[in-house]
Design a protein around this ligand. Structure first.
Ligand SMILES: [Zn+2]
Length: 244
């Protein structure tokens, strides 16, 4: 893996000339994750996933975009940027990568509120670059069997697997959807995108109390396996473009 921020210009340019590079941009958020997980949770998880992916596939890892769109967590703590801002930042970064002759980019997303501004960013950049850029936007939770939660069992287990900054003693049960049908859950999900505290009361979707490091490791391994496979498919599917 090559972590781009610690590189030096001459070697980096040599590397790009020698071999087509694939860049990875992790995108997270800064927002409340209950009393037991830090506000950097989404950024922490996506950074680790992007790091492991880059290491395995020998990609170029860019620094994480730590801020995302999290207004729905107000009045709980969130540091948010507008959807249009995030879209612009990614657009500018990808355009800048292209100017440096890096044409294949994976945007790895770690926060639900970033979905909308990242939607169709691949097509937008393809048009803008006149087909020179291949951008793939992937959200990590689409690569695990378990249901997405917020500071619940899954996210807390993932954090236990990658971080020491967790206060398990403070973990509290949040909104539990067991027994609800799919349409009830998705209508709550829609409401949560407007006001997360209103729907969950304490800002937690799920029940983190039984989360374990071991379970987090299992989920993380599953995500990595499926994500790597998906990235390989993206690369081979676009192989003709890669060698333009
Ligand atoms: Zn989260």
């Amino acid at each position: 893996m090559v972590e781009i921020k610690s590189q030096f210009d001459p070697e980096l340019r040599k590397r790009i000339v020698k071999k087509k590079q694939v860049a990875v941009i992790p995108v997270g958020s800064i927002e409340q994750h209950g009393p037991h997980l830090p506000i950097s949770t989404d950024s922490d998880i996506v950074t680790e996933i992007a790091r492991q992916l880059s290491e395995k596939e020998n990609f170029l890892l860019l620094p994480t975009i730590t801020y995302g769109v999290s207004y729905e967590h107000a009045p709980f703590f969130n540091l948010s940027i507008k959807e249009s801002t995030l879209n612009t930042v990614i657009t500018d970064l990808c355009t800048s990568l292209l100017a440096n002759n890096i044409r294949t980019i994976f945007v790895i997303n770690g926060h639900h509120g970033n979905l909308k501004p990242l939607k169709n960013i691949d097509e937008k950049l393809q048009k803008l670059s006149k087909n020179k850029l291949d951008v793939f936007s992937l959200s990590y939770w689409h690569f695990m069997q378990r249901e997405f939660d917020h500071a619940g069992f899954v996210e807390t287990s993932l954090m236990l697997a990658i971080s020491k900054n967790i206060k398990m003693k403070l973990a509290k049960k949040g909104l539990v959807t067991d027994g609800m049908n799919k349409s009830q859950i998705s209508s709550l999900g829609r409401l949560a995108t407007k006001s997360f505290p209103k729907v969950t009361k304490n800002g937690i979707w799920g029940d983190p109390r039984k989360a374990t490091k071991r379970e987090g490791q299992i989920i993380l391994d599953e995500i990595m396996k499926n994500l790597e496979k998906k990235c390989q498919t993206c690369l081979t599917g676009h192989s003709s473009k890669l060698h333009q």
